[in-house]
Structure formats: C-alpha cells, structure tokens
Write a protein that binds this ligand. Sequence first.
Ligand SMILES: NC(=O)c1ccc[n+]([C@@H]2O[C@H](COP(=O)([O-])OP(=O)(O)OC[C@H]3O[C@@H](n4cnc5c(N)ncnc54)[C@H](O)[C@@H]3O)[C@@H](O)[C@H]2O)c1
Length: 239
Amino acid sequence: MLSFEGKTVLITGAAGGIGAETARILSGLGANLALCDLKGCDDLADELRDVGADVVTAAFDIRDRAKAEAFIAAQPQLDAIVANAGFCPWDDWDDADWDDTFDRVVDINLKGVINVMRPAITGMIAQKHGKAVVVASVAGRMGGLRASPHYVSAKGGVISFTKWMAAKTAPHGVNVNAVAPGATATAMVDSSNIDPSSIPIGRMARADEIAQPVVFLCSDAASYMCGATLDVNGGVYMG
Ligand SMILES: NC(=O)c1ccc[n+]([C@@H]2O[C@H](COP(=O)([O-])OP(=O)(O)OC[C@H]3O[C@@H](n4cnc5c(N)ncnc54)[C@H](O)[C@@H]3O)[C@@H](O)[C@H]2O)c1
C-alpha cells in the first residue's frame, strides 16, 4: 500500500525542510517527482535522480496563479500533490509594515495553496483518482506557540479549505487531507525563539518526522481518509 512505483507526486516548497524530506522518502518508495519552489530545486533533483527517480523542477511563486496552473498542466501524470510551501515571519502586529506582511502571508499560505489545488484536484476528479495533502500547522489548530496572527489565521483557513476540497472530491475517488505540524527544525524556525521545554516530547520535530505522515496521506494506505487533519506536534495540541 505504501509503494509509489509508477506514480508521480508534485510537491510545492520542495527546496528544503519538510518538502525536501517528503521528496526523499517518496523517491525511496519509487515515486517520480515534480518539484517546485521559489528557489531552484536542482541540487535535490540531482540527488533523487542518482537514486533512480524521474524528476522535473520549476522555480516560481505560488502566488502566481498562471505559473502554478502551467506547471501542473505540464505534468503528463499526477497521482498526488503536497501543498507544502509556506511563509512564517516571526513579527508583531504593531510593526509599521504589518498590513503588507499580512497580505503576503495570507497570499502564500492560503491563496497560494488554492492556486495549486484548483488545477490539481480538477485533474484528479477527471481521472477519478488522486491524493492531495495540505501542510497546515498546529498554529491553525490551537493558535501556535509563537506565531503571529496572520499565519495562525491563514493556517486555520487552509484546514477549513481542506475540508471543503475533501467533500467536493471524495465522490470522485480523490482523498484530500492535511497534516498540522508542530515546531519543526527547519530554516523556518531559525529566528522563532521557540522553547523546546514547552513541547511535551521535549524537542522540535525533525523534518522527516513530519514528512512520514505526509507520505502516508499520499499513499493507497490512506484510501478511507477524507478531510482529516493529522496532528503531528509532539503533544503541544491533542485534538
Ligand atoms: N517548521 C515548522 O516549525 C513548521 C510548523 C508548522 C507548519 N509548518 C509548515 O510546513 C511547511 C514547510 O515549511 P518548512 O518548515 O519546511 O520551512 P522551509 O522554510 O524550510 O520551507 C518552506 C519552503 O517554501 C518555499 N516558499 C515560500 N514561499 C513560497 C512561495 N511564495 N512560492 C513558492 N515557494 C515558496 C520556500 O522557498 C521554502 O523552500 C510550510 O507550509 C510551513 O508553514 C512548518
């Protein structure tokens, strides 16, 4: 059930962190990959090709709906998509430029997810199979440990959007679900000042500890999962 032989998975925000670990695990399970990010994914693509994966890459901003739609349309096959790209500034809502940051955070974390999900799930409905996974956040479940209100609101929004998509696609053989990570040791938390002692497990997650549940939701083992949010947060929030 966990084999991805002959399947193609598209991952946004694949250049590093959780997205790159998801790509590594999927390639080990036989997947071919379509990787995109603001930054190039060429080093990761070379690494995965060396272990036998077919990999295509693109560099674009998921806020650009036309580029997102063109990349998805260019894939001859798409069995699963992981909407993972995200942006989390550790700012204060009293900052002078906060309104501009608010727009950017919501555009990336909410509308950007919609920009890639719209064409992907339209194709999956037509082909009558597919898996879609949104990488949300514990911040969207319980308000976060240190996150600002724009990020918390956007991540809460993508959890609701996941349920909207799940109900729309389930009758057509498509499963849509989310993973809500807690604090994870990636570039995103470099300046976050998160205190590991506030996490019951006592440490942040490694990126691969979030990627494994993402991969599960992309697999045939998740055939009866629909609109769920998997909490992977070290005990910070137990829904
Ligand atoms: N690290 C954490 O503590 C944590 C916790 C909860 C949720 N998350 C979520 O996990 C996901 C992955 O984050 P990560 O921790 O691996 O961080 P990361 O910063 O390592 O990776 C995020 C990737 O998204 C890309 N990206 C950002 N904005 C983009 C845009 N507009 N268009 C295209 N690509 C863009 C970045 O270039 C980067 O490669 C994000 O959605 C994040 O919100 C992370």
